[in-house]
Design a protein around this ligand. Structure first.
Ligand SMILES: Cc1cc2nc3c(=O)[nH]c(=O)nc-3n(C[C@H](O)[C@H](O)[C@H](O)COP(=O)(O)OP(=O)(O)OC[C@H]3O[C@@H](n4cnc5c(N)ncnc54)[C@H](O)[C@@H]3O)c2cc1C
Length: 390
């Protein structure tokens, strides 16, 4: 049983079709082997890059295709729906937003065309630190200005894809928290050329996780970053990354919708085929209903993703919708994953069915890039006007 796409126009339907074809070449065996070895899907990422899918949000003048966010969302949804894992490269689509919106012309000309062509990879986003966690204003990584450069010292954690990226978008304090009036002031964003930094003070340590995610810890010891790599004004970096977070949430939500569709197809097909007690297990409502419920959750989340993308593209405030889309889609993909495992019984745990792999992969999205609690807290405070909790 194929899950139909909601109508979104011919251009996006064509993009979906092309992404589907590209993903078909990457079989479940390909993903299983990488998962086993915790290896990076270089070949898959190269195909997506060469086909221009990772640069759809880069404007044409900088070598991208300048498509709207809904096209990027459709690409990532299709990737996940095919059983692939877009986490290996999704960040390249949205990290460059900070550079695009707040970088100067020289920076944009220096980096964006090479990112669009695939010559440079901007896959790493260094925000989270071990001691600050969700409280980004408490980051301790510090960039100290010395003449025409900054010296960066500190540590990031969960910096995904750092080993597979040439550039990192780094968030660091340039004024201590105690010396600023507003705690989110005094934080700056830099483009770090990791190829140079690795030769002089930066080191990367992989973190093995329950799924194949290429995530790492990154240590900075007096790493020299040219002052010209500062994005926008010193001390205003927190605002710059906040402005990109709605795009990130909408795109991750689209991935969750794709995951949910993969699980729902897998579960409903299996329920129809698997015969126990002389009849398909899917005849039992105890099997049907969790799948049907997850389907309804997925469709509702999908509509919220569309609403958020529509507002984003129209330049309207979309914080509420982007956050809700991310939360609802992550919950829908988890509900679908749970129903899929249950429907498969013991086989849900067998590697060769791929259910257990996708189950592990989709669980992440209730924690990262923002956890469900923090979304609920945003809605409580900023939408419903209740008192701030932290
Ligand atoms: C696989 C993976 C990849 C990641 N990739 C990146 C990346 O590329 N770059 C990057 O910068 N970060 C990345 N992250 C980090 C991710 O964004 C954080 O893990 C996430 O924001 C939560 O931070 P934390 O793990 O420190 O949890 P904590 O901040 O320690 O929170 C722990 C729990 O407490 C809850 N909590 C905290 N404060 C409150 C509160 N006030 N009210 C209610 N609940 C609260 C949280 O919701 C969470 O469930 C990644 C994480 C993982 C696991």
């Amino acid at each position: 049983m194929d899950i139909q796409d909601l109508d979104s126009g011919d251009e996006i339907a064509q993009i979906r079709e092309n992404v589907r074809k590209l993903c078909e070449a990457f079989t479940p065996e390909y993903w299983r082997k990488l998962d086993d070895e915790r290896a990076y899907p270089s070949e898959f990422v190269k195909k997506l890059t060469d086909a221009g899918y990772l640069s759809v949000l880069i404007p044409q003048e900088y070598g991208g295709s300048g498509l709207p966010l809904s096209a990027a969302a459709a690409i990532l949804e299709e990737v996940q729906k095919s059983g692939a894992n877009g986490a290996a490269c999704h960040a390249q689509m949205y990290i460059m937003g900070a550079l695009l919106r707040h970088g100067n012309e020289a920076q944009k000309h220096k980096y964006l065309p090479s990112i669009a062509s695939g010559e440079l990879r901007l896959q790493a986003f260094g925000v989270t630190e071990p001691t600050s966690g969700t409280d980004t204003s408490s980051i301790r990584t510090f960039a100290r200005r010395e003449g025409d450069h900054y010296l960066v010292s500190g540590q990031k954690v969960w910096t995904s894809r750092a080993e597979h990226s040439d550039l990192m978008l780094l968030l660091a304090r340039t004024t201590p928290k105690e010396a600023v009036q507003k705690k989110t002031d005094g934080i700056s964003v830099f483009i770090v050329d990791m190829r140079e930094a690795l030769k002089a003070g930066m080191s990367i340590r992989p973190i093995r996780t329950m799924m194949n995610h290429s995530t790492t810890e990154v240590f900075f010891n007096e790493v020299r970053v040219p002052a010209e790599n500062l994005i926008g004004e010193e001390g205003r970096g927190f605002r710059y990354i906040l402005s990109g977070m709605n795009a990130e949430r909408i795109l991750i939500a689209a991935e969750c919708v794709g995951d949910a569709k993969w699980f729902l197809k897998k579960a409903s097909d299996y329920a129809s085929e698997r015969v126990v007690f002389g009849r398909p297990i899917g005849r039992n409502q105890g099997i049907q209903f969790p799948i049907a419920r997850a389907y309804a959750q997925m469709r509702a989340a999908e509509l919220m993703v569309r609403e958020a993308a529509k507002r984003f593209e129209a330049g309207l405030d979309c914080g509420e919708q982007a956050n809700m889309a991310k939360m609802l889609a992550a919950e829908a993909s988890w509900a679908a994953a749970e129903a899929c495992v249950q429907t498969h019984g013991g086989f849900g745990f067998a590697q060769e069915y791929d259910v257990e792999r996708k189950f592990r992969e989709t669980r992440l999205y209730q924690v990262a890039p923002i956890s469900t609690n923090l979304i609920l807290s945003y809605l409580s405070e900023h939408v419903l006007g209740m008192p701030r909790s932290y």
